[in-house]
Design a protein around this ligand. Structure first.
Ligand code: NAP
Length: 289
């Protein structure tokens, strides 16, 4: 028989993402209690079987696990600073940085609550599918106690005991996203000057992005070992090609800020004596304040 307490979940915050979280939990058959500052946002979920808690304290008491999804951490403090948290387990899926996550963990602990932090690497319509990657950090036993329930939300990943890890992975992943998107747009702008539309360029760009992604595990070995012996191309060889990219961009009349940034960092690394080493030696530049 299902233990009702273990499969009951509360969701605080029913914005676009909170509604998607509660919807996925309901769809998976979990007893779901919801609360939102603007109560009307619960109407659809209530029609689907959710229970609308009349107060925050009622919402917190209703379930073994409370998922928080608000605009930011200060909204969470506004909402919960005067609530009874003793004995609750909170999973905060609100976006923030690692310092906010660690501070929130201390705040929750002082209030007698168990605390997990998390980050949602997905858009609301993907919730409840494997495409929705949800990162978690905090005590492993607290994660494991709710892992099977959380599986209703998507692909659930545990990163480690440090509460800040989910936020750190979140921003690291966003760096990857914006870097690839900006590189794609740079190339699309250049090719447009030759009458090549983005749709024609897209398959080649996709192949390049996927090909470069294949290099990451070997680069990781070099970064982790601190040894950057050149195996395929020295940093100074890259820089000569970066010059072509800058000159071509300027000649075509497209923005050259991004190529100049690539070269400025590589030039500093060469000036520090690393021109004969392999590209990941640039980690030394990225590791500086
Ligand atoms: P949203 O639609 O703007 O919803 C914000 C929620 O926060 C609403 O429930 C709002 O309540 C509540 N709220 C804000 N300030 C509050 C306060 N002082 N007291 C009580 N409630 C307060 O935002 P969202 O898209 O759901 O995003 C929520 C979180 O998920 C954010 O941290 C966001 O970065 C993260 N996220 C979103 C996406 C996405 O694609 N949407 C993707 C990944 C992560 P009211 O309804 O009463 O205004």
């Amino acid at each position: 028989m299902t233990n009702e307490t273990e499969t009951s979940v509360t969701v605080l915050g029913l914005g676009l993402m909170g509604q998607a979280l509660a919807g996925a939990l309901l769809k998976a058959g979990h007893r779901t209690t919801v609360w939102n500052r603007t109560a009307a946002k619960a109407d659809q979920l209530v029609a689907e079987g959710a229970r609308l808690a009349p107060t925050i304290d009622d919402a917190l008491a209703a379930s073994a696990l409370t998922i928080i999804c608000l605009t930011d951490y200060s909204a969470m403090h506004d909402l919960l600073d005067t609530s009874e948290l003793d004995g609750t387990t909170l999973l905060n899926l609100t976006s923030g940085d690692s310092a906010q996550a660690r501070e929130a963990a201390r705040w929750a602990e002082q209030r007698g609550a168990r605390y997990l932090d998390g980050a949602i690497m997905a858009i609301p319509p993907a919730l409840g599918t494997a495409e929705a990657v949800i990162l978690h950090s905090g005590p492993q036993s607290d994660f494991e106690a709710h892992e099977s329930t959380l599986a209703a939300l998507g692909t659930v990943t545990y990163l480690g005991a440090d509460h800040g890890l989910a936020s750190l992975y979140d921003v690291a992943g966003l760096t990857m996203m914006w870097s690839v998107l900006n590189a794609w747009l740079q190339g699309a702008a250049m090719l447009k000057t030759a009458g090549i539309d983005a749709a024609t360029y897209a398959p080649f760009a996709k192949q390049m992005a996927a090909g470069v992604a294949e290099w990451l595990p070997r680069q990781a070995e070099q970064i982790d070992s601190g040894s950057f012996t050149t195996e395929v191309a020295a940093l100074e060889t890259h820089v000569r090609t970066m010059e072509h990219l800058i000159e071509e961009s300027e000649r075509l009349g497209v923005n050259a800020e991004l190529p100049r940034l690539f070269k400025a960092m590589a030039d500093r690394s060469i000036a520090a004596g690393h021109g004969g080493e392999q590209y990941p030696v640039l980690i030394k530049e990225f590791s500086k304040p």
